[in-house]
Design a protein around this ligand. Structure first.
Ligand code: GLC
Length: 571
């Protein structure tokens, strides 16, 4: 493999053929939820100048790309995933000039921006939907409208946020489809005019110097030819990884002129086979995919709104399946624990509130970052930020959490039991303001500003960036090392992965191999000491990273302390 001159391309000689692909294997992406990152205007909402203000921090961490969740004009029913205009900035977040400054300043630091394209649906406030409502046939064809009587939705499908997936419009005598909130109307990708509009939006942002894109729930864009009731489930089997989805993506990439740029598709309830299809470079679709199966191992019988401790064996099996499967099919995974839709990993799989909070956060980072794929760090993860631990439902903001709090009670659950479930699974756990320092509001906004839009986690006095920057042993500095290692060792970026000791109930271990280099990653997922026996003699390996100072490795036996992670290397 020869690395090309151009930084973003890798030139691979394969059976005499030269092919180009985006060089993303040694990159790390940092996700920013602008609303909760840094507020410079003092209105209690984070903004784009806030991101610019923190670029040196991000550069210091060592990340290559920033994925920013939507900051486009929006009624904010779903925190910006209800887009009312795709080519503008919501004044709450700043101006187009602010964005241009951010792009320029990031560029100076070798950091590229990735924008979040919500192309499955628009807000019902979007001009297209408003014109559809006003009776313009052209725009009615942009959405999925079905004739029908007011008491009979076209199908029995359920919205992902609860309740029916269809809404009736008496003025038109029609129903429209919304797989998410009632204010998020699904676009009709069967219509070539819609596809052309969306490709033009990509060209617009590329012209602004944007380096990549994240595509929101993009495997839901292709709906079936015939809409029918689902007697087995909520309807998702009819539109997930739908019949034309690969063709639409190929067309979008070509027409949007984004081939070779870094792209990631968020894939809801997807399959391995489809994700190979989405990411195998031969298909010219996306660079990588987010899949979520590993983040459902604490859903009881698949239900997010029922509690269960994480099933560690299921987690390991899913990692193995997706690592080996994507590798065999020449696909590429996005690697992640956290995002703005997920509870914090350290609260979920680690030791939040316990003596091993720090070690467990570092272990979780190790498990993900050393795998084959591109790691994503969600703001605050590099500090070991925890779940919100809000005490009352009034502190929650998320539409999905509030809907389900009600749905659980409608099913007969007590308010306190419903709250307990929301506390564990709410998306707001990942949305509390970034903890920069120990001043009022955690330095997210100034002390005399308006109240932050969502409460600051009370533990900011203990968990914050300012402290961790001073402390060589902090989670921040450990993440810095994880990123640096990926750039230093080709085996992490390019190596094959082989799972080790798959049946071990508490240790997650794997081996990486690339052109004679070997790496072994051994993670204890629990708070109890455990001895791990390797099939390989470890004498020639050196430890390149660990979350403890002293390790206990003798020939092929590794004594692991609570939540210990060790990364061993041999050339
Ligand atoms: C994705 C986003 C989520 C949003 C949903 C609907 O899952 O990550 O925040 O609510 O799509 O756009």
């Amino acid at each position: 493999m020869i690395r090309g001159n151009e930084e973003t391309f890798l030139c691979e000689l394969q059976e005499g053929k030269v092919r180009f692909m985006a060089n993303f294997q040694d990159k790390v992406v940092y996700q920013i939820y602008p609303k909760s990152f840094c507020d410079t205007s003092g209105d209690g909402l984070g903004d784009l100048p806030g991101v610019t203000a923190k670029l040196d921090y991000l550069k210091d961490l060592g990340v290559d790309y920033l994925w920013l969740t939507p900051f486009f004009p929006s009624p904010q029913r779903d925190n910006g995933y209800d887009v009312a205009g795709y080519r503008a900035i919501d004044p709450r977040f700043g101006t187009m000039e602010d964005l241009e400054t951010l792009v320029r300043e990031a560029d100076k630091r070798g950091i590229g921006l990735m924008l979040d394209m919500v192309f499955n649906h628009t807000s019902t406030s979007h001009e297209w939907f408003q014109r559809a409502l006003a009776g313009e046939k052209k725009y009615q064809d942009y959405y999925i409208f079905k004739e029908g009587s007011p008491d009979q939705p076209p199908t029995n499908w359920v919205s992902k946020f609860g309740g029916p997936a269809w809404e009736y419009l008496p003025a038109l005598g029609k129903w429209y489809l919304h797989l998410f909130d009632v204010s998020q109307a699904d676009l009709n990708w069967e219509n070539p005019a819609v596809r052309a509009e969306l490709a033009a939006i990509l060209r617009f942002w590329k012209g602004k110097g944007i380096k990549g894109f994240r595509f929101d729930v993009v495997n839901l864009i292709s709906k079936p030819a015939v809409f029918e009731d689902d007697h087995q489930g909520d309807g998702r089997r009819f539109y997930t990884d739908g019949r034309n989805v690969h063709r639409y993506l190929q067309e979008l990439v070509a027409a949007g002129g984004i081939e070779g740029m870094i792209t990631v598709g968020e894939m809801s309830s997807t399959s391995l086979e489809n994700c190979i299809g989405y990411t195998n470079p031969d298909n010219h679709e996306l660079t990588m995919t987010f899949s979520f199966h590993h983040l459902k191992v604490d859903y009881k019988n698949g239900d997010k709104w029922a509690l269960m401790p994480p099933d560690h064996m299921a987690l390991k099996n899913l990692f193995t399946l997706w690592q080996e499967g994507m590798q065999a099919g020449n696909g590429w995974n996005a690697l992640f624990w956290c995002n703005h839709d997920q509870p914090r990993a350290v609260s979920r799989f680690g030791d939040d509130g316990g003596p091993c909070w720090k070690q467990s956060a570092k272990m979780l980072g190790t498990a993900i970052h050393m795998m084959r794929g591109t790691p994503y760090i969600y703001q605050g993860e590099e500090l070991g930020m925890t779940n919100a631990h809000f005490a009352s439902i009034g502190q929650y903001r998320d539409v999905e959490s509030l809907n389900h709090y009600q749905i659980l009670q409608d099913k007969g659950m007590s308010p306190s039991d419903a709250l307990r479930i929301v506390q564990v699974h709410s998306r707001d756990n990942g949305r509390t303001p970034m903890q920069w320092d120990d001043t009022k509001y955690a330095g997210f906004t100034s002390e005399d500003s308006a109240e932050p839009w969502i409460g600051v986690n009370g533990n900011y006095v203990r968990i914050n960036a300012a402290d961790q920057l001073q402390d060589e042993d902090s989670i921040f500095h450990y993440y810095q090392k994880l990123i640096a290692l990926r750039k230093e060792y080709d085996v992490i970026a390019y190596g094959e992965l082989k799972p080790l000791d798959e049946k071990n109930p508490s240790v997650f271990a794997y081996e990486r191999e690339y052109q004679g280099e070997k790496m072994m990653v051994i993670c204890n997922f629990y708070g109890k000491k455990v001895t791990w026996d390797s099939e390989t003699e470890l004498g020639e390996y050196q430890c390149v990273l660990s979350n403890y100072e002293v390790h206990n490795i003798e020939s092929s036996r590794v004594g692991l302390k609570p939540y210990e992670a060790v990364v061993l290397y041999k050339k």
